[in-house]
Design a protein around this ligand. Structure first.
Ligand SMILES: NC(=O)c1ccc[n+]([C@@H]2O[C@H](COP(=O)([O-])OP(=O)(O)OC[C@H]3O[C@@H](n4cnc5c(N)ncnc54)[C@H](OP(=O)(O)O)[C@@H]3O)[C@@H](O)[C@H]2O)c1
Length: 190
């Protein structure tokens, strides 16, 4: 008899992306998203976050976030930063933040064991690793009508072919189109 697979939480990615598939400008800047963030809506972000139990983000995303002059946005939720380096001591890191180096699956298994049911993965490299390891259940892309030509990509060659079902879509006068996908099992592809 084979052992049952160890449980992992539901995993969602939720990103703003340019028409040509970038999540940040080449220098990491997010200026291309700024006009759309001022359009009087949060595009469902707070409703999404209300379902999230824990956040797993890349070090580059963490560093950008820490550079913003805003209160820590994740309240009491555990946040795991994937990094090979210690986090800087200043400004002080919230006590809810920890670090992890290595594969996502063991991290997700340990989060599930601690009662986490829904994880938000963030950062291009991290989302690609989660897609590579077929750990992403839901993908929400808010596509803004901007071509960057270069920047930090969302997708890449490490992401294997996979099949997705459109769960919903919505567009706004700002030109942003949000696409919500759920992963389809391989045998649902045709
Ligand atoms: N448009 C959006 O919705 C959106 C969302 C999120 C982020 N962003 C932007 O995207 C940019 C960041 O994305 P990114 O793809 O450049 O980087 P990222 O995924 O945020 O972070 C990559 C870094 O995380 C660490 N890392 C990744 N996987 C790891 C693992 N398995 N184990 C240990 N460490 C690991 C490595 O850092 P070290 O080895 O150096 O520690 C790596 O260089 C930022 O500019 C951010 O603002 C945009």
């Amino acid at each position: 008899m084979s052992a049952s697979p160890v449980a992992v939480p539901r995993v969602s990615a939720y990103l703003g992306v340019s028409l040509d598939g970038f999540i940040a400008e080449a220098d990491g800047g997010l200026g291309f998203l700024a006009p759309y963030q001022e359009a009087g809506t949060d595009y469902g972000y707070n409703a999404f976050m209300s379902t999230v139990d824990a956040v797993v983000m890349g070090r580059a995303t963490f560093d950008v976030l820490r550079g913003f002059d805003v209160p820590w946005p994740f309240a009491e939720r555990p946040v795991v930063v994937l990094t090979h380096r210690p986090l800087p001591a200043t400004p002080p890191v919230p006590s809810t933040v920890s670090t992890h180096a290595g594969l996502l699956r063991p991290l997700l298994e340990s989060l599930a064991a601690s009662g986490v049911a829904h994880v938000y993965v963030d950062g291009g490299q991290v989302v690609r690793q989660a897609l590579r390891d077929q750990l992403v259940d839901a993908l929400t892309l808010s596509v803004v009508p901007e071509l960057l030509g270069q920047g930090r990509p969302l997708f890449g060659a490490e992401v294997p072919r996979s099949h997705w079902q459109l769960i919903g879509s919505e567009s706004w006068a700002s030109g942003l189109v949000q696409l919500r996908y759920g992963r389809r099992a391989v045998n649902q592809a045709s």
